[in-house]
Design a protein around this ligand. Structure first.
Ligand code: ACO
Length: 456
């Protein structure tokens, strides 16, 4: 491994990195040459359609005995993919080449899901078929309803969601292996259709209200809203602006290439685990507070600041001391180092919806003050920390009446087509192998077993 300080980069387009025993000579654009103690490996340079380049190290170990070390994979391309393009420096996000701004303005969640999963926008006939297929699979097997009564009332909806998604695999054993495209399409439609029902039922369970069944006359998002908020005792009318805001939120969350949960879905799926099991693993990965759990953390943070008198500067100063590792939640991103294009769309949608619903939310004021303070503070500027997708999304969910512990479930609803698209792409790749990273062992060297009596 080249140690910092010992390495030098000689020139930018083709470079030479020098160590005592190691040199990497990069000869652009086709290959890189790595020499270690006299052993030379010529490694192909792979170029993507948007000009990104990566050294293909698949044969590195065979040729040199070395592996690459990249904990947290910040510099590792785990696959090639046709689905989503991100340019973190320029704040670009495109699904199948289409700018996120256009999709958020013009598309629906189901259409975007089709685009991600099947590679192109659907024709009118395709969309009708896809929509009908999803709409007709929204009901859960009646036995599955019993599962909900076995959770404590305090159960986190992400725990229920992951368990229920995995449990779906036991109800569709006949198509589980998906031997044909038709069987795979059926599994896909079932998942997209049933996840909102599971999510809404878990919410109803948590507040002790009866489950509201899906209704085929509604759009995908309107159906979810009525399953969440309708009660049998009275008529429920879906607000068209809330419905559209939800479409936008789901579209914005629909895919984000090789993030933690998507990589999890791919890794689990690479062992030939079925689609339901792989997606359930993705739900668990999303739950973490540094990933999908951040939207709920943002609301907690805003509430804490409000309870503390609304002193934004005090909180920013606290973050900067790094005491107790407190972070400005909803800020920063592994990939976006300029701005997150989803954040500005959500911010606008948030303002629009709150205005329309005549909601004057003190937490929105605190969020705006926090954003302004951070965007003018050298600590955040130097580290390229900008609001991410989660900074404003919680405020819209709150305006819709969605409780904080459901925020990450909302993220999962949105991310579902992305997970499916990546699973399908990976499993359709004839060269697919089980994912299995290596490691550099740093534990004890040979250490013989001592009988209990000899140990101190
Ligand atoms: N608040 C304060 N400081 C931060 C923040 C933040 N939100 N994010 C990063 N930093 C600082 C780190 O302390 C570090 O500082 P240092 O150089 O002095 O050590 C520097 O910025 C780099 O941080 P890393 O953790 O190395 O950045 P990484 O790319 O690994 O992390 C992450 C990205 C996890 C998103 C991080 O920015 C974070 O924790 N943000 C808050 C949680 C959040 O909003 N997550 C949602 C992400 S979007 C999504 O998953 C949909």
């Amino acid at each position: 491994m080249v140690k910092p300080g010992r390495a030098q980069i000689r020139y930018a387009t083709g470079g030479i990195f020098m160590g005592r025993h190691l040199s990497i000579i990069v000869i652009m654009p086709d290959y890189a040459k790595l020499s270690l103690n006299g052993a030379i490996a010529k490694l192909p340079v792979f170029k993507g359609t948007e000009g990104e380049r990566g050294i293909d190290i698949r044969e590195l170990r065979d040729r040199t005995g070395l592996i690459t070390l990249d904990p947290s994979y910040a510099n590792t391309g785990s696959c090639t993919s046709d689905i989503t393009f991100i340019d973190g420096e320029r704040g670009i996000l495109r699904y199948r080449g289409m700018p996120i701004e256009e999709l958020a303005r013009k598309s629906t969640f189901l259409e975007t899901s089709y685009l991600l999963i099947y590679g192109s926008l659907p024709t009118a006939k395709d969309l009708k078929e896809f929509t009908t297929n999803v709409t007709r699979h929204t009901l859960l097997h009646e036995d599955l309803k019993n599962f909900f009564s076995n959770y404590p009332i305090t159960a986190h909806p992400m725990a229920i969601l992951s368990a229920m998604v995995c449990s779906l695999s036991s109800y569709y054993a006949e198509t589980l292996i998906a031997r044909t495209p038709e069987e795979l399409n059926l599994n896909i439609a079932r998942l997209i259709a049933k996840v909102p029902t599971v999510a809404a039922f878990s919410y109803k369970k948590s507040i002790g209200q009866p489950f509201v069944y899906p209704h085929n006359s509604h759009s995908y998002t309107a159906n979810f809203l009525q399953m969440m908020f309708a009660v049998p005792a009275e008529e429920y009318k879906v607000d068209k602006d809330v419905e559209r805001a939800l479409e936008i939120l789901l579209i914005l969350h629909a895919d984000h290439e090789q993030n933690c949960s998507t990589s999890t879905v791919r890794l689990v799926g690479s062992s030939q685990a079925n689609l339901f099991a792989s997606i359930a693993a993705g739900v668990c990965a999303l739950w973490g507070r540094l990933h999908g759990g951040a939207n709920a953390e943002v609301m907690d943070m805003l509430e804490r600041i409000r309870h503390d008198g609304g002193d934004v500067k005090k909180y920013i100063d606290l973050v900067k001391t790094k005491k107790n590792k407190i972070r400005l939640m909803g800020f920063g991103h592994r990939v976006y180092k300029n701005y997150d294009p989803r954040a500005s769309i959500i911010k606008n949608a948030c303002h629009k919806l709150l205005r329309k619903l005549h909601i004057d939310d003190e937490l929105l004021d605190i969020a705006i003050q926090l954003e302004n303070a951070a965007l003018h503070d050298p600590y955040f500027l130097e580290r390229h920390l900008y609001p991410n997708v989660d900074f404003y999304s919680g405020l819209i969910y709150r305006a819709m009446g969605i409780p904080t512990n459901m925020f990450t479930v909302m993220f999962a609803l949105g991310r579902l087509p992305g997970w499916i698209a990546h699973w399908k792409e990976m499993r359709g790749d004839p060269g697919m192998k089980i994912g299995r990273p290596r490691q550099i062992y740093t534990g004890p060297t040979l250490n013989h077993y001592k009988p209990l009596a000899q140990r101190r």
